[in-house]
Design a protein around this ligand. Sequence first.
Ligand SMILES: Nc1ncnc2c1ncn2[C@@H]1O[C@H](COP(=O)(O)OP(=O)(O)OP(=O)(O)O)[C@@H](O)[C@H]1O
Length: 340
Amino acid sequence: MTQSPAVDTAETVEGGRVAEAASAPLDGPPVIRTQGLTKRFAGGQLAVDGLDLTVPRGSVFGFLGPNGSGKTTTIRMLMGLIAPTSGVATVLGAPMPQSVAGVLPRVGALIEGPALYGYLSGRDNLIRYDSADPTSDPRTRKERVTRALERVGLAAAAGKKARAYSLGMKQRLGLAAALLQPRELLVLDEPTNGLDPQGMREIRALVREVAAEGTTVFLSSHLLDEIEQVCTHAAVMSKGRLVVQGTVGELAARAQGRLVVRTADTEAALKVLTEHRVAGLRVGEGRVDGEWAALDEQALPGLCAALVEAGVRVRGFGIERGTLEDAFVALTGEGFDVAG
Ligand SMILES: Nc1ncnc2c1ncn2[C@@H]1O[C@H](COP(=O)(O)OP(=O)(O)OP(=O)(O)O)[C@@H](O)[C@H]1O
């Protein structure tokens, strides 16, 4: 696939080297920055390999990658839960894990499912969680708990014991815990895991709302469309390494749209498109597609007419938009495993 000029602003990793970016930084120093961050587990597993990540303040940053690509391990290092084997992680300007005590009160986090007391109600779980936070004000606790339950859509189920909650409700309760106080940074590991489509929409709306209030949101996901819907920026991981990072617009621009002709007469269509110098032609079941970026939009009606004149029975003719998934496949040469 050819690259459009727009993608040159994305920070790209090729052959293990980072080409520094002019990637639209938002205000101030980055909220998260890692340099050469690496984690090799005792068993020898290299889970994160030389990661250079820059999360701009005010962004909704999607940390994207198939299962097992190193997202959770990275988040655990950022939150000081495990120490890196080598490299540096800085969160809100302070090195981790050394600055855990100063940094974590400024961060709301939902990692690997919330730790809940099953015998307590949702509301009592939040009260207990908030009481354990030395920075929280007991005088406003009740209102803050009520507000957090409302925000995540759990007000009606607040009195139910947490063990009776579905996975999605537990996930919401964990999110409510992260929202008990205003935070500079919200870190969410797969926040829509276990939610139905409506629940996913609600959580995404909540993420946008929190971001609009000025909180930087860092969320991991293996769902490409989720990243496209809520994030301003994204980084793509594959096998512990950073593939690319930049704004979502820059990343999606890597996936150019394709000209698609739907017809049973694929051979005849291929001939006409070749004559018209359409590059990157591929023939599929009942369709021929090619790169369209180099074509002039003005040329499309003429191209369609030429197909018809050549006797091609055209059932469909148009441009299909490229997706982040196309970009991922183009960048890694792999399919994106969305299982799990
Ligand atoms: N404690 C551990 N000990 C050994 N290997 C581990 C450990 N934790 C994770 N790994 C391995 O490190 C790799 C990265 O795992 P990680 O959980 O960070 O990926 P992920 O992208 O978050 O995937 P998922 O979405 O499935 O959680 C995997 O191969 C995993 O098996």
